[in-house]
Design a protein around this ligand. Structure first.
Ligand SMILES: [Zn+2]
Length: 330
């Protein structure tokens, strides 16, 4: 994905804004804590004095400064500051610059010069306007999910399990998926009727991973294939392997089966699933098609890739509470 200069500038401005916001918060916290614990301002002055001494020694003297001694002094002062903060009921890191992304401290770049994953996320927000998604995620996340929507008496004929039982399995799979996202490569496939919570669970996962600064691309199947047909994701090469679809931390394709299926869609879905598996990039797919229909619609080879590598989660429910929750009461 190539950003235009003005788009790059926009992202870098966002980082400056975050850094400035962090420093303003720090100033407020200093004023607050210095008033309560006067010794803190002395400590901060001594730390910055030590830092200046070090610079001065470097500039004025031929003898290299005793860095180890200066560091030890600084560390002792920092420990005293932490102890004072904690004993007065403040968090230990209260006087460190707060940042949105702890990985890059809101600079956008890692120490080795690579772009941070939060940079990728800002690119996605900028290029694919996922702001509406952020709005939805504030309402639909693991904290707002409820098992009360599911019946513990109505059983699914195929599996013999109740809606509630299936919902618990799908929920646990989603939580595990999000919790072990960085250390355990897996993908999820939600299937079941319309309005049984598949999209809600996808939202829960997206919310969780966006919260940990991952780049998440969320599309309805209709929008995804529409964009693929229009070549939105292609840079110079007209290939799915070189674009953000194959490369983002998590791709979520919602409502597969509702788009107009044709040979193009079918081949693109295969490429997408295949490329992401090869790159060990997790994907979440939801569909209201049955497994048999899915295979018939998108080809046997796509289905077998999914069946072999994705965790399959079925959801059911004809319960009125679910209908009300997910279909607006209709
Ligand atoms: Zn970052």
């Amino acid at each position: 994905m190539t950003l235009r200069n003005d788009q790059y500038d926009l992202i870098m401005r966002e980082y400056s804004r975050r850094q400035n916001a962090g420093h303003s918060i720090l100033e407020e916290r200093r004023a607050e804590t210095y008033a309560l614990i006067p010794r803190l301002s002395g400590i901060d002055r001594e730390i910055s004095g030590l830092f200046k001494d070090q610079i001065r020694q470097k500039l004025l003297s031929d003898i290299p400064p005793d860095t180890a001694a200066l560091q030890a002094k600084t560390r002792a002062l920092e420990e005293e500051r932490t102890a004072l903060l904690v004993s007065n009921g403040f968090p230990a890191d209260y006087l460190e610059v707060p940042c949105v992304c702890p990985l890059c401290h809101d600079t956008g770049y890692m120490e080795d010069g690579r772009k941070c994953r939060c940079f990728r996320r800002l690119e996605i927000d900028l290029l694919y306007r996922q702001d509406e998604l952020n709005e939805i995620l504030s309402k639909e996340n693991f904290d707002t999910f409820s098992f009360e929507w599911y019946s513990d008496t109505i059983k699914d004929e195929a599996t013999g399990r109740t809606s509630l039982d299936l919902a618990k399995s799908a929920y646990n799979a989603s939580r595990e998926f999000a919790e072990h996202f960085d250390d355990d490569f897996s993908s999820l496939f939600f299937f079941g009727d319309t309005g049984v919570g598949k999209t809600f669970l996808s939202h829960c996962i997206a919310a969780e991973l966006l919260g940990t600064m991952h780049s998440v691309l969320y599309f309805s199947a209709y929008e995804l294939f529409d964009r693929l047909a229009a070549g939105t994701f292609s840079d110079a090469q007209d290939s799915i392997s070189d674009n953000i679809i194959a490369d983002c931390d998590l791709l979520i394709i919602d409502d597969l089966g509702t788009e107009l299926t044709n040979a193009f869609v079918s081949s693109q879905l295969f490429l997408c699933v295949d490329q992401r598996l090869k790159r060990r990039k997790p994907t979440v797919i939801s569909t209201n098609l049955s497994l048999k229909n899915f295979s018939d619609t998108y080809s046997e080879r796509t289905f077998s890739r999914i069946a072999s590598a994705y965790r399959m989660c079925k959801l059911t429910g004809k319960d009125i509470r679910i209908q009300k929750k997910f279909n607006g009461g209709n």
